[in-house]
Design a protein. Sequence first.
Lengths: 418, 351
Amino acid sequence: MVEIKFPDVGEGITEGTLVKWLVKTGDEVKADQAVAEIETDKAIVEIPTPKAGKISKLFGKEGDILKVGSTLASLALPGEEIRAPEVKPEAKPEAKPIEAKHVEARAEIKIPEKPPEMPSRVLATPATRRLARELGVDISKVAGSGPGGRVTDEDVKKFVETPTKPAEVKPPEVTPPEVAPEIKALEERIPVKGIRKTIGERMVKSLFTAPHVVSMDEADVTELVALREKEKKAAEEKGVKLTYLAFIVKAVTVALKQHPYLNASLDSQKNEIVLKHYYNIGVAVDTPEGLMVPVIKNADQKSIMELAKETEMLAEEARNRKIKLSDLKGNTFTITNIGSIGGLFSTPIINPPDVAILGVHRIRDMPVAINGEVKIRKILPLVLSFDHRVLDGAQAARFMNTLMEHLKDPDLLLVDVM
Amino acid sequence: MSVDWLQVLDAEGNVDKSLEPALDNKTLEKFYRTMVLTRLFDDKALKLQRQGRMLTFGSCLGHEGCQIGSAFALEPDDWFFPYFREHGVQIARGIPMKFIYIYWMGSEDANMNLPPKNFTVAIPVATQIPHAVGAAWAAKIRKQNIAVAVYLGDGATSEGDFHEGMNFAGVFKTPTVFICENNQYAISLPREKQTASQTLAQKALAYGFEGIQVDGNDALAVYSATKAALQKAKSGGGPTLIECFTYRLGAHTTSDDPTKYRQNAEVEEWRKKDPIKRFRLYLEKKGIWNQSYEDNLVKDCTAEVEKAVEEAEAYAPVVENMFKYVYAEITPGLKEQMDELQSFIAKRKEG
């Protein structure tokens, strides 16, 4: 009997994932014939058998993580009877030799969906343990998604974000049609992980639970543009880039105070709407790794200059992946500023646990009829997506009116703040 | 100034009669046998690595044309400086396959057993080039009627050592033949990102000597170009850069996954230009090759490879050798290291 091992096939790898068995128990194999495909950090490799013979047992199933040096399969050499693998000394004494037939049958036993009990020692890097401590998370309660059940930073963050696990909403399963190999060669496959994965999960959950209604409007911001042009330089001298977004955040907080149902969330378990008397505004930022939403805490208490400064700083940190987890949490309302890139209108998806999201588009010159005359005005297209379980169209429209009033006449911002 | 392109055999094994080198059937058969043997040797090495019986290995699959073609142009007295993919040249030069395996299994002992005029493998990129130019210069000073062939990849042409070696060879007109196996990728970096030059061969022009581009999958073209370059070198004509335009059909090494940086369709296109296939078609047209010829050849070569593996695995390396043979005489520093290792091993045996 010969054991076929999983060797270090890269340079200093420690483990690999069993992708596929290329043989089954009882198969006759030639020397150097591939028996399994294993994916390591570096590549997917085929592991060949060193000798010819008959496969008497396969260890592990597809998807298992294997340690370098572990046994993949045992091989009966020509002339040898297929018999059970030898019982190792550390095995329980009552373990009986298993007939080859049973081995095969065992392979068919369905593994329950539930992950096995976590071992008493949680696998995690010191950095992840520190993150858990900082967030007040008992790491032993976090299910690890990493290799060998290792708890990753993502797992800890996800655990914090979903303290009570709501029923998982799954998108309808679509089986991709078989693609011809010549087409496949023209395609590229990019693994969905990290931020991309989180965005996907959150957006699916939001869109499939909250009935979205979208309302669109146009705000006349001619005076706001003039005001910004006038004050831009002064701000610059203080090292602040005075953005329209800062004015919009301010106007939004003013409008939210007057229309509290927009600054809320839905507790669907208790069937209660939670009105929030604090105003944490999320601002969506395009980063190389995907969309991130830094949160400006207590935006209503900050000046336009402070808002401009903080937005800029948080966006920069998000783009550099230096942002603290706490700066990505606690949003009560979200603004997505699509205008800086393009698009006339869009239909944003609500950022949970918010009940509404404001899409801000590009300011452009438009002909507008004023007192029977066509005038060229600066027009800002605005889009509001809201959760119809919490809000109705009339409330949303009133909120938008207040918002537009304040954007049209920025002096009002001063009056409201004082 | 321009760079020539040489092809003798096309992908279907049709020969350009005006360029066909005068080689007898026996030599052609030897060409073919060495290419087939190299491929089987290479494939076995990959299997051994995946079984944990060998360390990291760089396959030469697809390079057989440039390697065997050039190696057969060399005389036994000419020096050979490899980088680390020239298993085919090593086999053609008569280095026992057993020692090539032993080297890649991790023992320096293999280097002690190299036949004369064969330099050791260079893992760092391009470091062999100044060595080879130095050896060629020495031969010139000693008035030896020999030349030096140094092998390099496309990636090596971006290294400082390449510039220094080429420049020195040009200035001193050393009898050096630079054989660049341009396999289109330096690990994952494609050739067009390696250099803005249209060809690698033209780099020779800047150093004041001739560069030629050759179909690297055409063993006859590589043979002719190398032969001419060696003759020129020996008659005082100075160095030549031969760019063998080829393709690495396998991974860079056993630690590399080429599907991450190149398309399968591209690999398939190059498979059609396989150097062994085209040589086989050439021999078939000459009435030398048929299926039973192939079967016998593969059987013989496989047995030879298996025997080499067996011998390599039976070989017990001597650890002291890695200290003893760095210099003609062991230096005090190396002696100290050797003693330390010996006492460590002795202690471990006791414990």
